[in-house]
Design a protein around this ligand. Structure first.
Ligand code: SAM
Length: 509
């Protein structure tokens, strides 16, 4: 393994680390990589998952819901994976979101989000309260992002496929927290994915550095006063790490570094030729010592860099006249949604939803479905929005998204077509079992659990359909299929048989 490292990379790391530490660093490439999963507390309490985990787990010290599992285990091949109970995530990659200190109710942006490892981690910290905007510039990668958010039952995410510069007008000064998990040269991933070495040889560090500079500047404009940005990469190069932060601090005096403890320190001494040609202020040089370096030879994880940046509470970025407008507009929308713009509850009561074209869509079939199937109103507080035939529950407090490439304006509820409502798979995955009036809960060891995930029709006795006879007498019709009380999809029960509604693209193969 070690001899395959690109020669230029080896030379650079010797220069940065010195011969002694480089030897230790090099040895880490002969160690097996680490494997991690993160319990998805949107769906399951950590203690409940640990009590029934089929895998031997040990805690990742820096991530409250993160665990190592042993090589040879296959958590991606377990019904719990299909129930969204965890996300398979490299342990070091769990650090940036932990450091972002997300609280329920906040407005959070994940600017470079696909395939969604960190977005789903943010969603768990939000506990379905607040607004999560996730974005990625590459449309093919956004598909995986949407799927992961749906799998993990995230209800309050808006998915964009945008160039960040086009988001500035809409979101100026709007977010409490922003994560920039920047595109980078990926040097920290050489052990995990050998292909990264070939990519490294094809792209220059400078190419990534200029993208990162832009992303940091754009994020600063979308951050509210007093807000926080976490900037992370999975690379070692100072040009993409300390130099980015030092340059940012010199351009943005309202920001400071919040020192990170518990990892290797950032290296002001690497702000020098040939890695950086620029001169930085003493303030910036000192501050970068508070950034964090995760080294594969010093901890159980791959190589990462993380910087936590806080803006002071007074200053706003960019055009002083309009900064903060999006935040105020969002606040106004909260107020308006109680009267003018319709919350889910109101929309259902009035039988009409807002649409992208402003033409009202009849919600009667959705209302009938809700009355029949849903115990509570899980999207009562959100705005119901229709894009064509598709209904979404959009978190309250969003500015208008007109002009942006919106892939998901919120939780996808289902489609309304010719007087019929068809519930989406995302609706099933975002519900709790207790929110459905008709459900089936299979044990993970029940051979029908696997057969359901493979798309097969199941034999299910009427007595197995869980329902409150006071509320729903009939077993016939849509039923929320769960594995040990955790929803995995829809089925339609009739006369001892459950017709499978598990989407073909999601099936167990
Ligand atoms: C390191 S990956 C993100 C990984 C992701 N945060 C996760 O945890 O699963 C960087 C992402 O940035 C996206 N990207 C690259 N340039 C971008 C840009 N200018 N704006 C937004 N996203 C960008 C890439 O498509 C890629 O998906």
């Amino acid at each position: 393994m070690t001899k395959q490292l690109p020669a230029l990379f080896r030379e650079k790391m010797i220069d940065l680390l010195g011969e002694n530490e480089f030897e230790q660093f090099l040895k880490s490439y002969d160690q097996p990589r680490t494997f991690g999963l993160r319990v998805n507390t949107v769906k399951v309490e950590k203690a409940d998952f640990l009590a029934k985990s089929p895998f031997a787990l040990s805690a990742v010290p820096w991530a409250s819901e993160g665990f190592y599992y042993e090589e040879g285990e296959r958590p991606g091949k377990h019904p719990y994976y299909h129930a969204g109970l965890y996300y398979i995530q490299e342990p070091s990659a769990m650090a940036p979101v932990e450091l972002l200190q997300v609280r329920p109710g906040e407005r959070v942006l994940d600017l470079c989000a696909a395939p969604g490892g960190k977005s789903t981690q943010i969603a768990a910290k939000l506990q379905s309260e607040g607004v999560l905007v996730v974005n990625d510039i590459h449309s093919d990668r956004v598909k995986a992002l949407v799927k992961n958010l749906e799998l993990l039952g995230v209800r309050n995410a808006i998915v964009l496929n945008e160039k960040p510069e086009r988001m500035l007008k809409v979101f100026q000064g709007y977010f409490d927290k922003i994560l920039i998990d920047a595109p980078c040269s990926g040097e920290g991933m050489f052990r995990k994915e050998e292909e990264m070495m070939h990519q490294w040889e094809r792209h220059s560090v400078q190419e990534f550095a200029s993208m990162q500079r832009e992303l940091l500047g754009q994020a600063a404009q979308m951050l509210a006063p007093g807000g926080m940005i976490v900037y992370s990469t999975c690379t070692f190069s100072p040009e993409e790490n300390e130099a980015q932060i030092a340059e940012f601090l010199d351009k943005h005096p309202a920001f400071d570094v919040v020192p990170v403890e518990g990892f290797g320190a950032g290296r002001p001494d690497w702000l020098r030729a040939p890695w950086c040609e620029e001169e930085f202020s003493d303030r910036a040089r000192e501050a970068v010592a508070g950034t964090a370096r995760l080294w594969p030879h010093r901890l159980r994880g791959e190589g990462h860099f993380v910087a936590v940046l806080r803006r002071d509470g007074a200053t706003v970025e960019g055009d002083a006249g309009s900064a903060g407008d999006a935040r105020d507009a969002g606040r106004a929308a909260d107020v308006v949604s109680a009267s003018g713009k319709r919350s889910g509850r109101e929309a259902l009561r009035k039988g009409r939803a807002e649409t992208s074209t402003r033409a009202a869509v009849s919600l009667e079939p959705l209302e009938a479905f809700s009355v029949e199937l849903l115990r509570s109103e899980p999207f009562a507080a959100e705005r119901l929005v229709c894009y064509g035939e598709h209904a979404y529950a959009s978190p309250a407090g969003l500015p208008e998204l007109h002009g942006l490439k919106v892939v998901r304006p919120g939780w996808y509820i289902g489609s309304l077509h010719r007087g019929r409502f068809e519930p989406s798979h995302a609706l099933a995955m975002g519900l709790r079992m207790r929110e459905a009036k008709r459900a089936l809960s299979l044990a993970s060891r029940d051979e029908r659990a696997l057969r359901y995930l493979k798309g097969e029709t199941l034999e299910v006795a009427e007595s197995e359909i869980i329902r409150d006879p006071e509320v729903t007498k009939a077993a016939k019709g849509y039923c929320l299929v769960c594995i040990e009380d955790h929803p995995v999809g829809w089925g339609k029960w009739h006369d001892g048989m459950l017709k499978n509604e598990y989407p073909p693209g999601w099936r167990w193969t």
